[in-house]
Design a binder for this molecule. Structure first.
Ligand SMILES: N[C@@H](CCC(=O)N[C@@H](CS)C(=O)NCC(=O)O)C(=O)O
Length: 341
């Protein structure tokens, strides 16, 4: 790797101490040395990041980290998942205790502008919504006047709540609860009328935490856009680029029809875009300090974006979420990768 060579040259010239900040902290190097990627996830939201009874994590956010581990370490299993609450997630990333935050995090201008972090492109286009018990007979968000709303601190939900009720001249009372399991228990026990969050989180909660999911309705309005994206520290642009292109590889693979099952045979394809992506033509590794097979490893490790989506969130999962905005751009959705070339 170019970077290693440069570090060695600087070290032999006695300059190591002066370049520590710029080189020693390089995230990829640390990951390779450690032999595992450290990935910040939620404390448990089905379809996004949730451990099973054996402590095995699954979900879209989890698979993104497995893809990154396949790229960086050649093995999608070499990930340590660190569950984080909404309130602590950015501090833990900034402190360097995780390599990437892949935790249903909405990209906003304030977060992007004020925190020392960089957002990878969106991996799930979501929107915020309200869930209510069917028994309340409410069918639209504008009927929520006087509601008690359960909300987690450190989320965009808190501000969206104030904005929505104020704009629509509705009164409300918020019940702020830091732990998601406690918040959900409070909601399902009837301590609040409304649970406000990303629609994916609400679907997950209803499917996995409600005793009778049919007793709850997610109101049809999406009160804000909520593009969910992985986040890295802004002090390591090389790592950011690898994190970004790992996301892009998943999307591009779907567009090119490369799947977990056919990735090996696709290497024989005559399509130049496929050849470039799978490293048949030299080049895709060089830009990232990796070998040319890294993108193929990502796809072999977790599948393409559509496969990851279907496995975790799609119609055959408890969440039963249609692709909608998360369809490829070629199918009328927003999922798009810059060209791999
Ligand atoms: N996407 C929103 C909300 C993300 C969020 O933290 N949602 C809560 C549910 S309301 C969650 O997933 N909590 C999981 C946890 O605390 O482990 C954001 O970035 O602020």
């Amino acid at each position: 790797m170019k970077r290693h060579t440069l570090s060695l040259l600087l070290a032999s010239a006695g300059l190591a101490a002066t370049v520590t900040g710029a080189f020693a902290g390089v995230t990829l190097d640390k990951i390779v040395e450690r032999g595992e990627l450290v990935c910040g996830v939620s404390q448990g939201s089905a379809g996004l990041s949730l451990p099973d009874s054996n402590g095995e994590w699954s979900g879209l956010d989890v698979d993104y980290c497995r893809a990154l581990a396949a790229a960086a370490l050649g093995d999608p299993a070499k990930v340590r998942f660190v569950p984080l609450s909404s309130a602590q997630r950015f501090e833990v990333l900034e402190a360097g205790d995780i390599d990437v935050l892949s935790r249903n995090t909405t990209k906003t201008s304030t977060r992007d502008g004020t925190l020392p972090v960089l957002f990878v492109d969106t991996i799930f286009y979501d929107g915020q919504a309200f869930m209510v018990p069917k028994s309340l007979g409410i069918s639209a968000s504008t009927e929520l006047d006087g509601a008690t709303v359960c909300v987690q601190p450190g989320t965009v939900n808190e501000q969206n709540l104030v904005d929505y009720f104020t704009t629509n001249s509705l009164s409300f009372k918020s019940v702020v609860i830091e732990s998601l399991p406690e918040l959900e228990s409070a909601f399902y026990a009837g301590r609040c009328d409304v649970y406000l969050s990303d629609a994916s989180t609400l679907s997950a909660s209803r499917a996995t935490r409600a005793e009778t999911p049919d007793d709850f309705v997610i109101l049809p309005e999406r009160i804000t856009k909520s593009p969910l994206a992985p986040v890295v520290r802004s002090d390591d642009v090389e790592w950011y680029k690898l994190a970004s292109w790992t996301r892009n590889i998943l999307v591009e693979a779907e567009e090119l029809g490369i799947t977990q099952a056919n990735v090996e045979e696709m290497k024989a394809s005559q399509n130049p875009s496929i050849q470039r992506l799978l490293g048949v033509h030299e080049g895709i590794g060089k830009s990232f300090g990796l070998d040319d097979d890294w993108a193929a490893r990502v796809i072999a490790g977790v599948g393409n974006y559509g496969e990851v989506y279907d496995r975790n969130l799609g119609p055959d999962t408890p969440l039963k979420l249609e692709r909608g905005l998360n369809a490829l751009w070629t199918d009328g959705g927003l999922m798009y990768s810059s060209p791999v070339q």
